[in-house]
Design a protein around this ligand. Structure first.
Ligand code: PLP
Length: 393
């Protein structure tokens, strides 16, 4: 018997990929499936970004690059963060990575070990908990509550910090809820964190450009008191419809950037060179495609929220960010995972059960509205019809 480390008894997965595989399988069997499961924009990567990658290959950019990323790209990330958040960042603190997910992998690996605690949002992106478990650290869920519009509570978060806490993971705008934490709450949290200088913070801001109804995105990067222990996770996947390119960026504090660089050298040497040129074109080129995509998401958001609220037994808060709706389904009488799986098998609509995002996700399902308005309307019709046929309440 091969003996691997104990972490593999605990590591989890992202069920969205299993749902995607099943949805694809059903579609290949000829079933008409509407996919509101996977979290990726249904738009194409803007043409000028694709062209930049093609040109990079034609120009001979096919070799290794520095492990941290090409210099012009790191400079463009700094300029972008200054423009969007008003925060100064030295390009030397920027690390280009193969996907935003890699930053959480690195940060959790850097801080997690038996005897330590890592705080993470529940419901939240499933990889946080999975990776924490892998390292042997204790995962401590920070409850994200519907009654708080799925924003995190500064008070509740701070109350969970102990002498064992090494890392706090925050995510706003959030997956799976679409919640956006308001400035006042973030400021309260930052003030509280000043009393816990041993706690590093991983701020997952991958949906930073997707907020609605005038809601502001407040980057943790703007708080000086955190800069020596803040890891910022962001990237191109969602903003520029580039999920399959595997591209992301992080800002690491002075004390950690060299450790992060060493992990990069050990694991992937550097990010795919033409993809880095594409990322540069994304940041320095026109932003109209981003604005249009977010406007389209906003329209669909209104359609999906209204539609879900019209279904008996469902109630849905209006998400203020990302592209997810997270309706409460408790009054349908269904358990979340059972409902999600039945909707896929019997109504042809892929969604994700709330418990795939943590224990507190029971009673909810996640629907991604990264699909056409027509498909969303059709899916809502199918869900409503399915529930009225299979009512459990
Ligand atoms: N963080 C959150 C909250 C996400 O929802 C996702 C993707 O779904 C990621 C990070 C990972 O993004 P990437 O595709 O760039 O690895």
């Amino acid at each position: 018997m091969l003996q691997t480390i104990a972490g593999f008894d605990r590591i989890g997965e992202e069920n969205a990929f299993a749902v995607l595989a099943r949805a694809t399988e059903l579609a290949q069997q000829g079933r008409d499936i509407i996919n509101l499961g996977i979290g990726q924009p249904d738009f194409k990567t803007p043409g000028h970004i694709v062209e930049a990658a093609v040109k990079a290959l034609r120009d001979g950019h096919h070799g290794y690059t520095p492990a941290t990323g090409i210099a012009p790209l790191r400079e463009a990330v700094s300029a972008d963060l200054l423009k969007r958040h008003g925060a100064e960042t030295d390009p030397g603190n920027v690390l280009i990575v193969p996907g935003g997910k890699v930053t959480m992998f690195m940060a959790i690996l850097m801080f997690g070990e038996p005897g330590t605690d890592i705080l993470y949002p529940d419901p939240g992106f499933p990889i946080y908990r999975s990776m924490i478990e892998f390292t042997g650290a204790r995962p401590v869920p920070v409850p994200i509550r519907e009654e708080n519009d799925f924003a995190f509570s500064a008070e509740e978060t701070l109350s969970l910090i102990t002498g064992r806490t090494r890392l706090l993971i925050l995510n706003s705008p959030a997956n799976p809820t679409g919640g956006v934490t308001p400035r006042a709450e973030i400021e309260k949290l930052v003030r509280g964190l000043e009393h816990h200088p041993q706690v590093a913070v991983l701020s997952d801001e991958i949906y930073s450009q997707m907020t609605y109804d005038g809601m502001e995105h407040v980057s943790l990067l703007t708080f000086d008191s955190l800069r020596d222990r803040l890891i910022l996770l962001d990237g191109w996947s969602k903003t520029y419809a580039m999920t399959g390119w595997r591209l992301g960026f992080a800002v690491w504090p002075d004390a950690l950037i060299d450790k992060a660089r060493k992990l990069a050298v050990n694991a992937w040497s550097c990010v795919n060179a033409p993809a880095q040129y594409a990322a540069l074109a994304a940041l320095t080129g026109p932003q109209t495609a981003v604005t249009e995509m977010v406007r389209e998401f906003d329209d669909r958001r209104k359609v999906i929220v209204a539609g879900l609220n019209a279904i008996d037994g469902m109630s849905c808060r209006t998400p203020l960010g990302a592209f997810y709706a997270f309706p409460n389904i408790k009054n349908t009488g269904w358990k979340s995972k059972e409902l999600a799986s039945s909707l896929l098998e019997h109504a042809g609509v892929a969604t994700i059960g709330g418990p795939d995002f943590g224990i507190l996700g029971e009673g909810y399902i996640r629907l991604s509205y990264a699909n056409s308005t027509g498909n969303i309307q059709k899916a809502l019709g199918r869900i409503g019809e399915f529930l009225s046929r299979k009512s459990k309440s």
